[in-house]
Design a protein around this ligand. Structure first.
Ligand SMILES: Cc1cc2nc3c(=O)[nH]c(=O)nc-3n(C[C@H](O)[C@H](O)[C@H](O)COP(=O)(O)OP(=O)(O)OC[C@H]3O[C@@H](n4cnc5c(N)ncnc54)[C@H](O)[C@@H]3O)c2cc1C
Length: 483
């Protein structure tokens, strides 16, 4: 790439957005400096997000499966958990992956500076190195990939080791006898699942009328039912009014969610105070857009704290691009890395835009929930005409062999063009299955294309094909005549 090979690019933040951008820029021949406070790239996702949580969820699944095996005539007894070894296994996974990224940076001749960057002007950064030194460097373009951090509720901020956020919860310093998870979003439910498997009595409080607000209710229902069995309580329409530390734990005052009509305020019957050994506050994430010196540039930050960008990920300052959690929802690693690659291609002068039809979302609970493209909830809100074809896993041979028939696969289709607009799956392994939905949507597949593509038997992937057959009223394994 002759036209871009002299460009010197800085990438601020070494998460999945930042390192994907830095690596592609190097592959395209640019000179690249990547800046992050950690010893190696990885960001939230690798150090305190996706990867450690999934390592622990794998263990939770194993513990749960071992218990479940009683149903099939196999008994293992209660698990003995060596927390130290479990922790070091999880840390080992993180170290291997982040070390690998460090190596990939070197192989690509990316200059990795461990430190924090602030702006001197639109093209110049001051870098405060972790080793105490400082340097000022100028660049042709700067990509901001500073990510996000856990949101806090000021009235619930207690400086106590008994109050956790996602970062400290993943450190797994102990297994509390009881844990209150504040917030029924995906992070709270994933971490609650881990702690429940390790032996904590987990309760969840969510201010909205259902878990995972925003996800389609038919996908959430099977998960809710299963979580009711492994959690001590799921308190909906409820908020935490106050928290106070006392000798035996955190005293939490719960109250009915004010935003809701009186008849839905089931919280009225709650004991208004309860004591928990620990409390995990997971009420969302905030973008890291308060970058020192940003006011010296033309970058604009929106009302919710997200840096404003166009479809090339360029900010209002022509030299500065921004990607990942710091530019908006969905705050997901794969969105960040695709945005990172798009920004670099835009800088390289390629004709690109970040305009995906389907960004998959996965909740790695058990069962998993995954969706992509248009959701039913969204279609209803927009008054968009859709047809939904559902295939219940009770009719799947593979689900039966796994003793996991509670799942469901649905396709959301345009009734006229018969094009696949969205896919939703709840069930074991939904996170792996959803990629086929993404491909179908991005390739503009019709229901017939999905139905005619031969899927291997017996697999859960067949449920996607059979959902397409349901659309035509001709599914082999269930009788659903077309109405
Ligand atoms: C518990 C948990 C589980 C998650 N699970 C998943 C999952 O399963 N799948 C998924 O897709 N997503 C998951 N996420 C979300 C995912 O981690 C984020 O979407 C992703 O990390 C965003 O990537 P990013 O590149 O935008 O920024 P980040 O990963 O947040 O990285 C930003 C980096 O920039 C650094 N930085 C900030 N300011 C500066 C500065 N001034 N100078 C230098 N460096 C700076 C930060 O220290 C950080 O290292 C999870 C998050 C959490 C907390």
């Amino acid at each position: 790439m002759a036209e871009t090979s002299n460009l010197h690019i800085a990438v601020v933040g070494g998460g999945p957005g930042g390192y994907a951008a830095a690596f592609l820029a190097a592959d395209l021949g640019m000179k690249v400096t990547l800046i992050d406070p950690e010893v190696n790239p990885g960001g939230v996702c690798l150090y305190r997000g996706c990867i450690p949580s999934k390592a622990l969820l794998h263990i939770a699944k194993l513990v749960d499966e071992a218990r479940h095996a009683q149903n099939w005539g196999i008994e293992y007894g209660d698990p003995k958990i060596d927390l130290g070894r479990l922790r070091s296994w999880k840390e080992g996974v993180v170290k291997k992956l982040t070390g690998g990224l460090g190596l990939l940076s070197k192989q690509r001749s990316v200059q990795y500076l461990q430190g924090r960057a602030s702006f001197e002007n639109s093209n110049t950064l001051r870098i405060a190195r972790t080793n105490g030194s400082e340097e000022t460097l100028s660049f042709d373009r700067i990509i901001l990939a500073t990510g996000s951090r856990p949101a806090i509720i000021p009235s619930l901020t207690l400086d106590s080791p008994r109050v956790l956020d996602s970062t400290t919860a993943l450190e797994l310093s102990d297994v509390p006898s009881s844990l209150l998870v504040v917030g029924g979003g995906y992070i709270g439910l994933e971490l609650g699942t881990v702690y429940a498997a390790l032996g904590s009595r987990v309760s969840v409080v969510e201010m909205m009328p259902g878990l995972l607000p925003g996800a389609d209710r038919d996908l959430v229902l099977p998960l809710h039912k299963r979580l009711e069995k492994i959690f001590a309580a799921i308190l909906l329409n409820t908020t935490v009014a106050a928290m106070k530390e006392e000798a035996g734990g955190i005293r939490v005052t719960l109250k009915a969610s004010e935003a809701l009509p009186a008849e839905t305020q089931q919280a009225a019957s709650l004991p208004s105070e309860q004591v928990f050994d620990k409390v995990l506050v997971s009420v969302g994430r905030k973008p890291n857009s308060e970058i020192s010196g940003l006011e010296k540039t033309q970058v604009r930050v929106g009302p919710r704290g997200f840096i404003q960008v166009n479809t090339q990920l360029q900010t209002d300052d022509p030299s500065i691009y921004a990607i990942g959690d710091v530019v908006g929802e969905p705050m997901l690693a794969h969105k960040a890395s695709h945005e990172g690659r798009t920004a670099v291609e835009a800088i390289a002068g390629h004709k690109v835009a970040f305009e995906p039809n389907a960004i998959p979302a996965v909740v790695f609970t058990d069962p998993e929930i995954a969706w992509c493209g248009v959701t039913e909830t969204q279609a209803q809100q927009e008054g968009r005409e859709i047809k939904v074809a559902r295939f219940p896993w009770g009719a799947s041979g593979r689900a039966m062999t796994l003793d996991r028939t509670e799942g469901m696969t649905k396709l959301i289709l345009d009734p006229h063009s018969e094009r696949v607009l969205g896919v939703g799956i709840v069930g074991a392994g939904a996170g792996e299955l959803i990629a086929e939905g993404v491909l179908a949507i991005e390739m503009g597949a019709l229901a017939k294309d999905v139905a005619l593509s031969i899927h291997p038997h017996p697999t859960l992937s067949e449920t996607i094909m059979e959902a397409a057959e349901v659309f035509f009223g001709q599914a082999t394994d269930i009788y659903r005549p077309k109405r």
